[in-house]
Design a protein around this ligand. Sequence first.
Ligand code: 1GP
Length: 251
Amino acid sequence: MIYTQLLNIIAARGAAYLILLDPDKLPDEKLYPFITHCEKSGVDGFLVGGSLIIDGDIKEFIEKIKKTTKLPVIIFPGEVNQVCRPADAILFLSVISGRNPEHLIGKHVLAAPIIRKKNIEPISTGYIIVESGSMTTAEYISGSLPVPRNKPEIAAATALAGQYLGMQLIYLEAGSGASQPVPNEMVKAVSTYCDIPVIVGGGIKSPQVAREKVDNGAKIIVTGNFFENESNWGLIKDFADVIHYKSTVTV
Ligand code: 1GP
């Protein structure tokens, strides 16, 4: 089970590191070397998907990734048509920061039978979109208001409600390519108020910032955009090392 695997990594290494792969932005000639580099650098798994995919064929993309690596591939869905094998798991996301019923339950009703039929592990995730400067694709596409970035108490209450509804993870999302990541105070408020692991992603562009999120209680860090620039690939290991602050322990 991928969820258990993530919990084991968190217990052994302090926190886990996932990289988001965008089918629109990784052509084959970059995909294979990138995945191999991630694997060697200590990345724990991949998220695939996003709020908007223009060109990429997600099924074909996941097949290629699975042929290259044994690391888990987890769908990070923006739409029901992104549910496909051979992904290992799917973040079964509810946009609990918003009040748009389609993203709270509507899409889920359509996706659930497909997830069951394809035998993909669903990981129930409360998705909290956080204000990060200008409007992000996640905000726009989900048609929902983000949590104001200076209101950690709203994020904490929302996350706790997600936990009480039975969710397994909370995802604090600043949005892909956000100019500012989720504030440390908010990561701390949510992490101390809830008992379920907190994922933090969006706009994280340095190992130092990733480490700040972990120091404030994040249990999973996600980066995406930053590695679209190949000259940043050398930093993947630095990210993995600071996130795995208990890295002397072997999993
Ligand atoms: C987006 O949290 C992820 O959903 C990653 O964001 O692309 O800004 O790293 P970035």
